[in-house]
Write a protein that binds this ligand. Structure first.
Ligand SMILES: Cc1cc2nc3c(=O)[nH]c(=O)nc-3n(C[C@H](O)[C@H](O)[C@H](O)COP(=O)(O)O)c2cc1C
Length: 187
């Protein structure tokens, strides 16, 4: 085994698109890899100091969409350009925004699946940002990504993950097993 010391190499990392409203009511989006499930109905995100952070200081609501192969280029773009520097930022994504029903935040309809969230706790608040714990108020799934039983069909969503070692995006592969089931073979 080779040692690499301390690095932010948790694998795999998600590609989360955080949707908020700017002060003028226009939608903004940013890319976040440092996030995940916190509790049964809560998620966490490690937020730096961004236009999104200022938006969240005004309003605790946001959306989280899961990036796909199809949205990858614009998903990366919203992670390298700030609305602080380019007020026209979102126009270049070509994404369509509607208003979420359960949160005061934009839903980008180009994504198969979106969480509507509200911050319940900010941890370690500083000028550099904070850690968000947020309640999942609702989950939206584009009906064309539902299976025969009406459940989200993850295999068909074309989701991507972030690889922090090579700064790369990878497509998620097909299902290879059944959780809580396949391990029983060794019981
Ligand atoms: C792959 C990738 C992952 C990122 N992950 C995070 C993250 O977890 N937390 C964070 O605060 N910023 C993260 N960023 C940076 C923000 O997305 C970036 O600063 C963005 O431009 C902020 O936009 P805004 O200022 O318009 O809100 C990431 C960027 C990329 C490209």
């Amino acid at each position: 085994m080779k040692n690499f010391g301390q690095k932010s190499w948790m694998l795999p990392q998600p590609v989360l698109i955080i949707g908020t409203y700017n002060a003028d009511g226009t939608p903004n989006a940013m890319n976040a890899a440092w996030g995940g499930q916190w509790d049964a109905r809560e998620i966490m995100i490690s937020m730096g100091a961004h236009a999104t952070t200022e938006n969240l200081d005004r309003c605790p609501d946001f959306t989280v969409a899961f990036a796909t192969k199809h949205t990858m280029v614009a998903a990366d773009y919203v992670g390298i350009v700030s609305a602080k520097d380019d007020p026209e930022k979102m126009q270049k994504t070509g994404w369509t925004a509607t208003k979420a029903k359960h949160a005061n935040a934009p839903v980008f309809t180009d994504f198969p699946m979106t969480l509507e969230c509200r911050i319940v706790k900010k941890i370690d608040v500083s000028e550099e940002g904070y850690y968000i714990v947020a309640e999942i108020l609702n989950i939206l799934v584009d009906e064309s990504y539902l299976d025969a039983e009406g459940r989200p069909d993850v295999d068909r969503m074309g989701l991507i993950t972030y690889n922090p070692i090579n700064h790369a995006y990878h497509a998620l592969g097909q299902q290879v097993g059944k959780a809580f089931v396949d391990g029983k073979a060794l019981k």
